[in-house]
Every structure is written in structure tokens, then in C-alpha cells.
Design a protein around this ligand. Structure first.
Ligand SMILES: [Zn+2]
Length: 242
């Protein structure tokens, strides 16, 4: 009998940039899972050609039809280096190579890219996303509440948040890990997989394939043996009455 725990399987950084890489990995993972999972989409289409934009949108629509779940993943997934940020925010930018779009922003500055993301998403003509996940999970003091005004789920590295709930759910990820620290990351991965956390989040990135090669798929297969995959939309966001 499988243990009771649930596993969120989320593919991060599904954006128009490096889209082929993401698509390849998503389809390969689908063959392992046998069912759709969550995709974290970067909605900003940047300088892509009309043809690229169409192909991207069409593929998202196809995944939606097949039952994949979408969450918004920032607006552009790159930070504006000239914006004012807290000290921690500036540090987050350094640590993430400038990807921490929301890190350390003021209340108003944080709201702007959130709105841009919503508008860009609406143009894609897809259903409402199940949540909003800031790029690299680095955020600011305002983002969580701003997100929860419009979306059911928000998350950081260790918790999932709805308006009413805070659920412990450690993210297991190889993103941003330098090659020399891979062994350590593998130990953390194993710990998260084997400790009895009820809802670990497996956060995969297109770059994982280059980092781990085919062992990535063995790792995912092993994790999926320890629990049932679940969608964000299937988790009850409301506080359950005692
Ligand atoms: Zn990301």
C-alpha cells in the first residue's frame, strides 16, 4: 500500500525563452508520471517573434486540454537591477543571478509586476492559474498578501499559503546549485523524500536535465513511489473546521 502522503510535482520556468527545453522535459516526465502535473509559467513574451508566441500559446492550450495545471511564475523572471530594494533583496539578486524579480521591493513596486503578469496571462486566453509562485521564491514583505487577493495559492521555499491556511511543504529542487555542491543537494533531496513530510514539493527546472542527465528521471520515479501526485487545485485552501 502506498503511504498517505501527497506530492506536488511542479515544472518551473515554463517560458517562451528556452521553451523547447521545457517542452522536451515536460513530455518526458509525462511519460513517467502517466498523468499531468503543475506547470509554472512565465507569461512575459518579450521580443519573441509572432510565430514563437503562437507556438507557445498553442502548446499551453494543448497542455491545458490534457489536464495540466498552471501557476503564474513571476512576470519576466528577471529583476530590474535599477529598482530600489532592501538589503536582503539586493543580496537575493546577487545570489540568483538577477532572477529574484520580487525580492525586497516596496509595496507599490511589488504590485506592478504582479499586475503585468496578470495582464500578460489574460492575453494568453487560458483558465485562471491555481496560484502564483515568485521566481526563486525570494519575495518581499507585501507579495504574499498581494498574491492572495487574486490567487488561491502562494508559496515560499518551505510553506504553501492560502488566505486561511499555511501548510508545511518543503521544496525539493536542484535549481541554482553549483556542480561542486551537487552531492549535498542530493542528500537534502533524499532527506525530503524519505522523511515523512506529508506534502513535499518537487520543483523541477529545465536546467536540471543538463545538471543531472538521465539520473533526473530515476530520481523523479523514486520520489513518486513514496506518495500520490496531487495538484495545487486539489488541496483544500480553506481552513477545516475542528
Ligand atoms: Zn523560476
Amino acid at each position: 500500500m502506498k503511504p498517505e502522503r501527497k506530492i506536488l510535482l511542479a515544472m518551473h520556468d515554463v517560458g517562451i525563452l528556452h521553451f523547447d527545453k521545457a517542452k522536451f522535459l515536460i513530455e518526458k516526465l509525462f511519460r513517467i508520471t502517466g498523468k499531468p502535473f503543475s506547470l509554472l509559467v512565465i507569461p512575459h513574451l518579450g521580443n519573441a517573434t509572432e510565430e514563437e508566441k503562437q507556438a507557445f500559446t498553442q502548446q499551453l492550450k494543448d497542455w491545458e486540454k490534457r489536464g495540466f495545471e498552471f501557476l503564474l511564475h513571476g512576470y519576466a523572471h528577471t529583476a530590474d537591477p535599477d529598482q530600489a530594494r532592501t538589503f536582503r533583496g539586493k543580496l537575493a539578486l546577487k545570489l540568483t543571478g538577477g532572477e529574484a524579480e520580487f525580492a525586497g521591493l516596496s509595496e507599490a513596486d511589488s504590485r506592478a509586476p504582479l499586475e503585468h503578469a496578470r495582464n500578460a496571462w489574460e492575453k494568453l486566453g487560458l483558465g485562471k492559474p491555481a496560484g502564483f509562485v515568485p521566481p526563486t521564491w525570494h519575495a518581499n514583505s507585501f507579495l504574499k498578501n498581494q498574491v492572495l487577493e487574486n490567487y488561491e495559492w502562494y508559496e515560499d521555499r518551505f510553506f504553501l499559503y492560502s488566505k486561511e491556511k499555511k501548510i508545511f511543504s518543503p521544496a525539493v529542487s536542484f535549481a541554482g546549485i553549483p556542480r561542486h555542491a551537487l552531492a549535498l543537494a542530493a542528500i537534502y533531496w533524499k532527506a525530503c523524500v524519505h522523511l515523512p513530510f506529508r506534502l513535499p514539493r518537487l520543483a523541477l527546472h529545465p536546467a536540471d536535465l543538463e545538471l543531472l542527465g538521465e539520473t533526473l528521471f530515476e530520481k523523479v520515479t523514486a520520489v513518486l513511489k513514496t506518495g500520490e501526485p496531487v495538484f495545487y487545485r486539489e488541496i483544500n485552501a480553506a481552513r477545516t473546521k475542528p
